[in-house]
Design a protein around this ligand. Structure first.
Ligand code: HEM
Length: 366
């Protein structure tokens, strides 16, 4: 008998398998839907957060947190007794980011508690702890997001601030965001992918075959992909610093922008602008190679080939969006599309890591 706090339908085992024929999904259908909804909503909040930065609205609520200009709701009345003033667009943009990110904290916290209760449906103790661990990390990283957000506002590292401290905090913010997204993907996959799908008949004769060290090939490819994923974090963090440089020191045109990037007297944020594209193209090539190795080794695992296809698609799209971003000098809309693209690519890379990890763990060694 579950407690009365828990919405029954989310833990109702009878709301089991989504698609006919595949039984034993280790999470209830609604909990699986909720976990993917959390992921999509969190990515929306991340992209809206970039609009707060790109529109220079970060100081819209002053250096107050969590209150906005000292008030719960932005209002014309001033807290200092000064004449009432219209609420600025920047205030509404910053306030809406606080509301939407506050809601994402509540959603991920609910997911954490629901998975703790719902993981009793899991088909093994190992899977139960994997679901709970992933949801626990997601909860930890979203609390981290709120903390970094508070530091940005309370330390006034917003609007026109071009300090090294802001560059470091913005890069950490982006890295923490990628870890949050990774933990949410892992939670949703651990709830949705039946253990059976990655063992016995689900094992890919290629990926579960012996790798260079005698262990399953999936284990070796998992390690290679994990190394590239670590590089991806650096690419993302360097992108956030470039985005800050573009916001604070927008180039008049491409040529003068490139001259600025190469000038020894330019601000460090401007000179760092060349780093991201170079790192990104190098990492993109490394990722393309490991995705090719996974695809050529995978004989018949549908999940690996499907997620692998998405990863290759988003990789090509992301590099093209980046080049367009650079050529068009990062218009706001394209900055948001580029950031959404990097999250879509990251989701598919983490989903592939999950599938390879499952095959490696499910393949008997020796
Ligand atoms: C795997 C490929 C790539 C990934 C994952 C990636 C990721 C990112 C991320 C996370 C940001 C920060 C966005 C923000 O905080 O708003 C960014 C910004 C940026 N990226 Fe990339 N990027 C990639 C490739 C490229 C390439 C190839 C170029 C150019 C040749 C490029 C140019 C830019 C520019 C100009 C910005 C700053 C403007 C903005 O905010 O969009 N990116 N990138």
């Amino acid at each position: 008998m579950q407690s009365d706090h828990t919405p029954d339908h989310l833990l109702d085992p009878t709301s089991g398998p989504i698609s006919a024929g595949v039984s034993g999904r280790p999470g209830s259908r609604n909990l699986i839907y909720f976990s993917w909804a959390c992921l999509v909503y969190v990515i929306f909040v991340i992209v809206w957060g970039a609009f707060v930065r790109a529109s220079g609205s970060g100081a819209g609520c002053g250096s107050h947190w969590p209150l906005c200009n000292g008030q719960i709701l932005p209002s014309t009345a001033s807290v200092t007794g000064a004449a009432p003033a219209a609420v600025s667009v920047a205030t509404w943009i910053e306030f809406s980011h606080r509301i939407t990110s506050g809601l994402s904290l509540l959603m991920v916290a609910s997911l954490f508690f629901l998975v703790r209760r719902g993981s009793r449906l899991a088909t093994s103790a190992k899977l139960r702890s994997e679901q709970r661990r992933a949801a626990g990390w997601a909860f930890g990283f979203i609390v981290g997001e709120a903390g970094v957000g508070a530091v940005l506002v309370l330390q006034r590292l917003v609007a026109g601030d071009s300090s090294l401290a802001r560059a470091v905090v913005i890069a950490l913010h982006l890295a923490n965001t990628l870890f949050l997204v990774a933990a949410l993907v892992w939670t949703a996959m651990a709830l949705g992918v039946p253990e059976a799908a990655q063992s016995g008949s689900g094992l890919s004769s290629g990926l579960s075959g012996p790798g260079p060290d005698g262990r399953p090939l999936a284990a070796a490819l998992f390690k290679r992909l994990r190394r590239v994923a670590a590089l991806f974090l650096v690419v993302g963090a360097s992108g956030a610093i470039v985005a800050l440089g573009d916001t604070l020191f927008p180039a008049k045109d491409l040529i003068s922008g490139m001259a600025q990037d190469l000038s020894a007297s330019a601000h460090f944020l401007v000179r760092l602008r060349v780093v991201h594209p170079i790192l990104a193209v190098g990492t993109a090539w490394a990722l393309w190679l490991v995705l090719g190795a996974i695809e050529s080794s995978n004989k018949n695992n549908d999940l690996v080939s499907k997620v692998g296809f998405y990863a290759r698609f988003f990789l090509v799209a992301q590099v093209m969006l980046g080049i367009l971003n650079w050529l068009l000098m990062a218009p706001h809309w394209l900055q948001l599309v580029h950031l959404a693209g990097s999250n879509a690519l990251w989701v598919s890379v983490v989903a592939l890591l999950f599938a390879l990890n499952r095959i490696a763990k499910a393949t008997p060694v020796g």
